[in-house]
Design a protein around this ligand. Structure first.
Ligand code: ZN
Ligand code: ZN
Length: 126
């Protein structure tokens, strides 16, 4: 499943030659170096010259950015046991994009920057 993306606003100052904004991508992004799953807002491939490999930069709805090549993965669903960035979810929904529940057809746990699960946590019974 692909969701439409916004164009990165800072593209001009990048000498947009060699920068290719993506039109759409899967709705969730997992970064091997981050705890939370994020929702990408815009994605651009930068191919600066023949000498360098292309790299991809991503801005998420919460404002965090990733760039690089290999350590992130676009996903159609949030993997079992992972938490979705609560700020990404809130901002994407406010912008009129489907919620993660609508996208995946099931409940997706939300988390904050320190990756504390905010819902569905079982209380210890006495
Ligand atoms: Zn986020
Ligand atoms: Zn939950």
């Amino acid at each position: 499943m692909k969701l439409p993306l916004e164009k990165a606003k800072d593209l001009k100052c990048w000498a947009s030659k060699g920068s290719l904004p993506w039109k759409a991508c899967s709705p969730f992004l997992e970064n091997a170096r981050a705890v939370l799953i994020h929702r990408p807002r815009n994605v651009t491939t930068h191919k600066l010259s023949e000498k360098y490999d292309a790299h991809v930069s991503v801005t998420n709805w919460c404002g965090s950015t990733f760039s690089g090549g290999k350590h992130f993965t676009f996903l159609d669903a949030v993997p079992e046991g992972k938490l979705l960035c609560a700020r990404c979810e809130e901002k994407a929904v406010n912008a009129g994009i489907q919620s993660s529940h609508e996208l995946t057809g099931r409940h997706v746990h939300l988390g904050g920057v320190v990756a504390v699960q905010l819902c569905c946590v079982e209380k210890e019974s006495k």
